[in-house]
Design a protein around this ligand. Structure first.
Ligand code: HEM
Length: 207
């Protein structure tokens, strides 16, 4: 089904972007010169930066619109719903993905206003990424929101990758199941990488 494939492919593109973002975030541990230098390097090629942003925004819109449209279709065709999982388990997982996805979307909007645009930041200074992050995450409430988002994202990535693999027609046979630990480790590593920054700020290791 085309919509399922679109949700899967846009989800995989977002997966790749998230891995790049977590790698970029870890430069914060190397100090202001490296983190701010990395951000400045991205801005020196505005064409590429805006192309990447446009790709990211397109992937998000396709992903969310596809999920909404699939949810509508499955509601109107419920009696014919087919799944290899017991109906209740798969409905619960799909619901969790939708609720988690909506929370992540709300987080992304907050996060852009906080650390990219800066209007929700107490002392935002354009280009000073390291200091903006450290000052912005000093409040335990805000650090908790970021750690919660990291955990939620880890679960979303884990379940999403398996759903994408099935949607794209690869049966989760024995060989695929053997790869499951790798997917769990990768999703947990992304979640841990995102959570590490707010955790280190709270612990006073990043200042
Ligand atoms: C939890 C720790 C996180 C930290 C410390 C962090 C930090 C940052 C910073 C500093 C920026 C601005 C970069 C710049 O101005 O050059 C940014 C941008 C962004 N972040 Fe995060 N982020 C985190 C988690 C996330 C998560 C979980 C998501 C998505 C699920 C996300 C999505 C985005 C997006 C969409 C942008 C805008 C990219 C752009 O167009 O420039 N971030 N993040």
């Amino acid at each position: 089904m085309v919509r399922k494939a679109l949700v899967a492919v846009s989800g995989l593109a977002l997966w790749i972007w998230v891995v790049l973002h977590v790698a970029g975030n870890l430069t914060i541990f190397s100090g202001p010169a490296v983190a701010d230098g990395y951000a400045a390097m991205l801005r020196r090629a505005p064409g590429w930066l805006w192309a990447a942003r446009a790709g990211l925004a397109t992937a998000m819109v396709v992903h969310v619109a596809g999920v909404v449209s699939l949810a509508r279709a499955s509601r109107s065709a419920r009696p014919r719903h087919q799944s290899h999982l017991p109906a209740e388990t798969s409905a619960l997982a799909a619901r969790g993905m939708r609720i988690g996805g909506a929370l992540l979307l709300a987080f992304v909007v907050y996060h852009l206003l906080h650390l990219t645009i800066g209007v929700l930041h107490p002392h935002f200074e354009p280009g000073r990424v390291h200091d903006n992050v450290v000052v912005g995450l000093r409040s335990p409430w805000i650090a908790t929101i970021y750690m919660g988002a990291a955990a939620l994202l880890g679960l979303h990535l884990l379940h999403g990758l398996w759903a994408a693999v099935r949607s794209l027609g690869v049966r989760p046979d024995a060989a695929a199941r053997r790869r499951r630990p790798a997917v769990v480790v990768l999703s947990a590593a992304v979640a841990a990488g995102f959570a590490a920054v707010p955790l280190a700020v709270l612990a006073g290791w990043l200042r």
